[in-house]
Design a protein around this ligand. Structure first.
Ligand code: FAD
Ligand code: MLT
Ligand code: ZN
Length: 490
């Protein structure tokens, strides 16, 4: 059997290791309390804490290499010395995967941040892993291209982190997952070998497609140093509308109607329940709709279109609204169409800003699950009732239970917003939620990954045979167990 080496068997970094790193890294690429010129705990703190403030590491050393060769030298040394390494991108992950569980080295990719090439004919972009997603969007924009992925964390997350988590996001409905749009990767393996699979070919059926293993591996198999990705042409026109629904039961029929009516121009169909909407508004995410528009709304759906001709798309969208509102039993109470780029962004902010709003309100317990669309509301309501029955639904414990997510992808974000991270809330939520997911044969992690948060829960979504194969694959790539220990696999 291929048991993983536990993080405790790994070796802590020493001054001797730092002296070695200083031979090939610039002083500005090393942040360490062990240096001759020690850095402060304050400098290290952001690398040791995740976006939610839920997971804390105890790393003494952050290395920020500037080249693939430097990454290779670091890993070669760490592999020989059995020092644990945590690759860190923008540190926006939501499952505690990007911070150490103990005192592993943090290997930050933020200094690998150059675009290597862009072909405006094919739309293929080759970029260092540390490029921020939004800066890549800005880079391809003058060439009339967009990134095939977009998410609320775009201003901080890195393309390498997106690939490492196989992030889904707001454009998956239109452009598919990174398993399809990523064409090639450059990866440094744990022993320092540089695996150059940075192809720009659309088609390449020459045996096993090894790059797919690193997409969604969350840094447990190697460090991604560059990504080749297919960027689609920018749509000539994008519009959006936010629809207020009297009942969740209308979401499914609405989705069918919208798909039929908008067909090829539909590019997003996103859902927020009333609690999520109210929290977004309370915390200043987007402009609130009028009192009349929200009255009696149980939930909201954001529909986006992206197409080739503005008049054509606008006509289709207003025809759809008219159709919806004039029906005998309208599926929606009302719909607010964006009339300007500012309003377009503001409508998106109501949906994208929920994550930030929840974290401003309190501490978030995040469950990113795939369950049948028809069960979205039931899962949220039952979880709320479950917490109530345990006496945990009050101001000093759980404040809100809310649902939002990617309807088109069957992906519900069930969030429990609490006053603090408390063991009694944790015990009430798990395994309760994982058992619900398993009952539906769903996924315990639709798009955020396993990280440190869900290693114990993997069997709810993967068979024993699958997990055993994953362990064998891990052992082939990382026999010393240095890569992101304690993540994905226990
Ligand atoms: P990090 O958080 O730094 O790392 C994430 C994981 O990848 C870690 O395990 C880390 O070790 C590994 N990793 C990072 N870089 C590399 C690399 N170069 N090589 C190998 N391993 C690496 N996710 C979605 O799927 N859809 C969403 O819509 C979405 N929206 C979000 C909105 C907000 C506001 C926030 C805060 C997060 C959101 N996320 C979403 C979570 C998502 O996983 C991350 O935002 C993003 O993909 C992670 O990128 P990062 O650069 O921050 O990676
Ligand atoms: C989203 O869809 O908003 C993201 O996945 C982040 C989250 O789940 O909060
Ligand atoms: Zn999401």
């Amino acid at each position: 059997s291929y048991r993983l080496s536990s993080p405790v068997k790994l070796t802590p970094v020493t001054e001797h290791d730092l002296a070695h790193f200083s031979k090939f890294l610039q002083p500005s690429s090393i942040i360490s309390t062990l240096s001759p010129n020690p850095s402060s705990q304050d400098e290290l703190a952001p690398y040791n804490s995740d976006w939610m403030g839920r997971y804390k590491g105890h790393s003494t050393t952050v290395l920020k290499p500037k080249t693939t060769q430097e990454v290779s030298e670091i890993l070669k040394w760490c592999n020989a010395k059995r020092i644990g390494v945590v690759p860190q991108g923008g540190n926006t992950g939501l499952v505690g995967g990007s911070v150490p569980v103990n005192d592993e080295i943090v290997l930050s990719l933020s200094n690998l941040n150059k675009v290597r090439s862009f072909d405006p004919v094919s739309g293929i972009l080759v970029a260092d892993a540390g490029c921020i997603l939004e800066s890549l969007t800005d880079y391809v924009a003058p060439h009339n291209h967009i990134m095939p992925i977009d998410l609320g964390a775009k201003g901080s997350c890195q393309i390498g982190g997106n690939v490492a988590t196989n992030a889904g996001g707001l454009r998956l409905l239109r452009y598919g997952s990174l398993h399809g749009t990523v064409l090639g990767l450059e990866v440094v393996l744990p022993d320092g070998t540089i695996l150059d699979q940075l192809t720009t070919l659309r088609k390449d059926n020459t045996g096993y497609d090894l790059k797919q293993l690193f997409i969604g591996a969350e840094g447990t198999l190697g460090v991604i140093t560059a990504v080749s990705i297919l960027t689609p042409p920018a749509p000539q026109a994008s519009n959006n509308v936010i629809l207020a629904l009297p009942s969740f039961d209308n979401v499914l029929p609405l989705y069918q109607t919208v798909k039929r009516h908008l067909s090829e121009i539909l590019s997003a169909f996103e859902f927020i329940d009333r609690t999520a909407y109210d929290l977004a508004v309370k915390h200043g995410q987007g402009r609130a709709l009028s009192e009349d528009d929200v009255e009696g709304a149980e939930c909201f759906v954001l529909v986006e279109t992206s197409g080739g001709r503005r008049e054509h798309d606008e006509e289709k969208l207003s025809d759809l609204l008219e159709l919806l509102l004039s029906a005998d039993k309208p599926l929606v109470n009302t719909g607010v169409l964006s009339q300007s780029p500012a309003q377009f962004s503001s409508i998106w902010a109501l949906r994208e800003g929920v994550t930030e709003a929840v974290s401003k309100e309190g501490k978030a317990y995040k469950y990113d699950i795939s369950v049948p669309l028809s069960s979205f509301k039931e899962v949220v309501d039952n979880t709320r009732e479950h917490l109530r029955s345990k006496g945990l639904l009050h101001d000093k414990a759980v404040k809100f239970v809310l649902g939002y997510g990617h309807v088109g992808d069957g992906n519900l974000h069930l969030n429990v917003c609490a006053d603090a991270y408390l063991p009694e809330i944790q015990d009430a939520l798990e395994p309760y939620i994982y058992e619900v997911v398993s009952k539906y044969r769903g996924s315990i992690s639709a798009e955020h990954g396993i990280g440190a948060m869900k290693t114990h829960a993997l069997p709810y979504s993967k068979s024993a045979t699958s997990i055993e194969l994953m362990k064998k694959i891990k052992h082939i790539f990382d026999p010393q167990g240095i890569m992101n220990p304690g993540k994905v696999l226990e």
